[in-house]
Write a protein that binds this ligand. Structure first.
Ligand SMILES: Nc1nc2c(ncn2[C@@H]2O[C@H](COP(=O)(O)OP(=O)(O)OP(=O)(O)O)[C@@H](O)[C@H]2O)c(=O)[nH]1
Ligand SMILES: [Mg+2]
Length: 287
């Protein structure tokens, strides 16, 4: 195709900035449209007060302005909840694992080691199939990290194995605890995954633990820090420590990665539930 100054092909950059412009136009258009429908505006304010991002709710409800439901508050609310329900992703529990490595990663002090304890106990004692589960520790950084797992191992009668032991034997599921980090120990985890993939036929599940008490920006940053790992799902922790789930909900509706479990307290193994959309939405809407 002929190219000259009058007939230039669009570059990827041009398309990206056009897209941003259109998105901005949509945003301000949605704001205007909502401003003309008092009840829709009221429902927008209600969800904004709950912590949802204004732009998101305005864009969503603007599509209903002018329709027959714009004067029906209940339907407007139900519409937002239904959209949240569609956008939230959860993962069903695999009740039978074979030759699986479960690696829990995430920031410091958010409940990774507790999750390893809860999950190993669950897979050993609480599910229909009793799994041959063990702990493996990749946290060589924190003083006391081994002791914490040793305590769980003694209390729950679940072996804590060494790397050599792991390489020589077969287990149904190996729960791997990692160092709490802001992302700087990722290389250790990558090396471990590489080692497993090079000489073993274990299936690997990497879960990113996220605290429900974190702010949206922190959740986004931590998610980005770990994105070189094959994160299969999120596990939410400390849901008992906050009444405001808006940041975690705002985060989850933009991510495709599903939530697998939710930790609701310090008790091992009781305070762990399989994630459901109903639970998340109910907690979000609770006062
Ligand atoms: N309230 C509450 N406390 C929790 C939850 N999960 C873990 N904790 C507590 O949070 C503290 C830290 O938990 P750990 O499991 O050691 O966290 P970690 O991510 O392994 O910490 P580091 O290894 O130091 O990065 C402990 O006191 C746990 O009992 C939860 O869901 N709710
Ligand atoms: Mg730990």
């Amino acid at each position: 195709m002929a190219k000259n100054d009058d007939d230039k092909l669009l570059t990827v950059e041009d398309i990206r900035s056009l897209r941003e412009e259109i998105s901005l136009m949509h945003t301000s258009l949605a704001k205007d449209v909502v401003g003309h429908a008092p009840l829709v505006k009221k429902v927008v304010e209600r969800f904004v007060e709950r912590g949802l991002q204004r732009e998101w709710v305005e864009k969503l409800l603007a599509t209903l302005v002018g329709s027959e439901v714009e004067d029906d508050e209940e339907i407007l609310i139900a519409y937002v909840l239904e959209e949240l329900d569609i956008l939230l992703n959860v993962e069903e529990e695999s009740e039978e694992l074979e030759k699986t490595i479960y690696i829990i990663v995430g920031g410091t002090g958010i409940g990774k080691t507790s999750l390893v304890g809860k999950l190993a106990t669950r897979y050993t004692y609480l599910l229909k199939k009793s799994h041959n589960a063990v702990f493996l520790n990749l946290d060589h950084h924190k003083v006391g990290a081994v002791e914490q797992l040793e305590n769980y191992s003694d209390a729950m009668e679940i072996p804590l194995i060494s790397l050599d032991d792991f390489l020589e034997n077969e287990y149904d599921v190996v729960f791997v605890d990692t160092a709490g980090s802001r992302g700087d120990n990722i290389e250790d985890i990558e090396n471990f995954i590489e080692l497993v993939e090079s000489c073993m036929d274990y299936k690997i599940i990497v879960s990113l633990a996220l605290s429900a008490t974190s702010k949206l920006r922190d959740l986004e940053v931590i998610n980005k820090r770990f994105n070189s790992l094959p994160i299969r799902n999120y596990i939410l922790t400390k849901l008992d420590e906050t009444y405001d789930l808006s940041d975690i909900i705002n985060f989850l509706i933009k991510e495709k990665t599903p939530v697998s479990y939710i930790s609701t307290g310090q008790e091992i193994p009781e305070d762990l539930i399989v994630a459901t959309k109903e639970y998340l939405l109910k907690k979000f809407m609770e006062d």
